[in-house]
Design a protein around this ligand. Structure first.
Ligand code: A3P
Length: 291
C-alpha cells in the first residue's frame, strides 16, 4: 500500500482532527465492495452535503416527499466513516443492509481509489466556494460539542485554516484530491451555488447522471421542499435533535446564503484565499460563484 494512502500518514500530515476515523476503518473502506447502484456523496464539511443528499434521495425515490419528511436523512444516507453511537461505523451498519447504498463521506479520494478505478459506484462531489465554506465552518465549530464549542473569534478561526488545522484537513488539498476524478463517467460535480441559482437544472443533471426522471409537477414540489426555509423547519434534515450540536449557539441551517463571507473576511484574508482558489480549484477548470 502506498504510504500516502495510509491513514496514519496523511492524517498526521494535515493534522486532521477527526475522532471517529481510525486507520482500521480506512483499511476496511479501501477494499469495501460497492455496486453500480450505490452512490457516494463526497464533500468537504459545510459545503451543502445535507442539501445535496436530500435532493438526490428524492430524485432516486420518485420525489417521495412524504417519506423524506418521516425518515431522518441520516438513516437514509449513511455517514460511512462515522462511528454511530461511538460503537460501530457507518460501514459496519451497511454490512447488515442490502444494496443499493447511499453513503456520505468527508474523507479524501485516496481512501476510495479502488472503487473510483473500478468505475461502478456513482460518486457525487459537492463543492462550495471556499470563503462561504469557511464562514459556515466557523459557526459549525462554535455549535459543535465535539469541537469544544470553539470560543475564538473569526480571526482566530482563520488562523486555524491557514495552519491547515481544520476538521478533515485543508479545503484546497481536499478538493485537489477529488477534483482530479471529476471527469470520469461515474463521477458528477454539484456546486452549492448552482443549487441556489438554478436548482431545476441541477435536478435535471442529477436525474440524467443517475438514469432517473421526475415529472414536472413532482420536480416543482421537490424544489419547494428543498428551499432553505422548508429545510430549516424540517426536523428530518435540520439536526435540531442531534446531541452533538447546540443549535442555540448557531443552527445547523444557519443562513444558507451565497456571499455571507463578505461580513467576515478582511481584504488580506480574501486575497489569501483568492490565490489558493486560483491555483488549486480554477486549475481544474472549476469556476465557483462567490456572490
Ligand atoms: P450556512 O452555515 O452558510 O448557512 P453541510 O450540509 O455540508 O454541513 O452544509 C451546511 C450548509 O449548507 C449551511 O450553510 C446550511 O445552511 C446550508 N444549507 C443546507 N440546506 C440548505 C438549503 N436548502 N438552502 C441553502 N443552504 C442550505
Amino acid at each position: 500500500m502506498a504510504d500516502h494512502r495510509f491513514a496514519g500518514e496523511w492524517m498526521k500530515d494535515d493534522m486532521v482532527l477527526e475522532p471517529y476515523v481510525t486507520p482500521e476503518t480506512i483499511h476496511k473502506l479501501e477494499s469495501f465492495k460497492m455496486t453500480d447502484e450505490d452512490i457516494v456523496f463526497a464533500a468537504y464539511p459545510k459545503t451543502g452535503i445535507t442539501w445535496a443528499q436530500e435532493l438526490v434521495w428524492l430524485v432516486c425515490n420518485n420525489g417521495d416527499i412524504d417519506k423524506a419528511r418521516s425518515v431522518p436523512l441520516d438513516s437514509r444516507v449513511v455517514y460511512i466513516e462515522y462511528k454511530e453511537g461511538g460503537i460501530i461505523t457507518g460501514l459496519e451498519m451497511l454490512q447488515e443492509r442490502p444494496h443499493p447504498y447511499m453513503m456520505k463521506t468527508h474523507l479524501r479520494s485516496e481512501t476510495y481509489l479502488s472503487q473510483i478505478n473500478e468505475g461502478k459506484v456513482k460518486i457525487i462531489i459537492i463543492i462550495r466556494n471556499p470563503k462561504d465554506t469557511l464562514v459556515s465552518m466557523y459557526h459549525f465549530y462554535r455549535m459543535h460539542r465535539g469541537l469544544g464549542h470553539f470560543k475564538g473569534t473569526w480571526n482566530d478561526f482563520f488562523e486555524l485554516f491557514k495552519a491547515k488545522h481544520l476538521l478533515y484537513g485543508d479545503y484546497f488539498r481536499w478538493y485537489s484530491s477529488w477534483l482530479q476524478h471529476k471527469d470520469k463517467p461515474n463521477v458528477m460535480l454539484v456546486k452549492y451555488e448552482d443549487m441556489h441559482h438554478k436548482m431545476s437544472d441541477v435536478i435535471n443533471d442529477v436525474s440524467t447522471f443517475l438514469g432517473k426522471s421526475l415529472s414536472k409537477p413532482v420536480t416543482a414540489d421537490v424544489i419547494q421542499h428543498l428551499t432553505f426555509d422548508s429545510m430549516r423547519q424540517n426536523d428530518m434534515v435540520n439536526f435540531s435533535n442531534d446531541a452533538v450540536f447546540n443549535v442555540d449557539i448557531s443552527p445547523f441551517m444557519r443562513k444558507g446564503k451565497v456571499g455571507d463571507w463578505k461580513n467576515y473576511f478582511s481584504e488580506e484574508q480574501s486575497s489569501f484565499v483568492d490565490k489558493l482558489y486560483k491555483d488549486m480549484i480554477e486549475a481544474f477548470g472549476v469556476i465557483l460563484e462567490f456572490e
